[in-house]
Design a protein around this ligand. Sequence first.
Ligand code: FE2
Length: 325
Amino acid sequence: MAVLGIESTAHTFGAGICEKGRILANRKIMYPIWDKGLIPAKVAEFHAANTYKVIRGALTEAGLGVADISGIGYTKGPGLGPCLSVGMVAAKTIAVKNDIPLFPVNHAVGHIEVTKQAFHVKDPLVLYVSGGNSQIVALSDERFRHYMVYGETLDVGIGNMLDSFARAAGILPAWGSEVARAALGGSYIKMPYTVKGMDFTFTGLLTFATRALENNSVRDVAYSMQETAFSMLCEATERALLLSKKKDIVVCGGVAQSDRLKQMLGSISRENRANLFAATNDLNADNGAMIALVAEKMQDSGQSYAVDDCGISQRYRLDSVKITW
Ligand code: FE2
């Protein structure tokens, strides 16, 4: 029997299907951001309009019907409330109508587990970098299994910083991959660099970079901001690697699609004789397959939830999730 996963954290509405850890389908649709950023109510409206099409598309891609689904996972959080609600209601509707168990999934755990599954990595140090989050985590000991946070952003996620800068600089579409394109061939301007132990902050850097646009080229500022932010992440990750004594590093989440970040992390990995793993871009972008994968692990390890206990949590922290598999 297969498991359906529904993802609706932010700009993407996704539906994926897994069976025994294998991805059978992964369909998604993305709200067209361009230069506006995300207005939660508008994005939720977009998701609601596309719910049936995306879920039906995933079932068709997998060659399955609802009768073949043994569990339904949806993203409980963290994310934008109105968007999360659309996914939850879609999952509940199918689950209740067809008497299928429901599983509330943490979005970050989805990104981590789908990468671990892809490379059969058991116990890595994880750099999770996305729009709203930037954290360095690893599994705690065997008795109290959950992801323990070694370090994290003390203000905004790195993805949000890159998107905000793109809007200020007139880079379109306003997101990180276009900032990377704008940065090609740039020269370095000294920028604020803030790492405290294994924590870091990005708003000072964003303010400085935005002001620097007045007297410098977009290319030089984009390059300098990106190099500074990624160096901060790498320093904190290297410190956590030495402290945790892990042998593998996983980088995951939307910003893990950055070639420059992976190149810099690759240097750290080689210098410390560690292995670096990053999933393909379609799995680092938000997607339903990672939610299905975690829901299947939750189901197989004996978790169960009453429908009325299945809600959403905009600030659902990764380190509050019990890992039972
Ligand atoms: Fe994500």
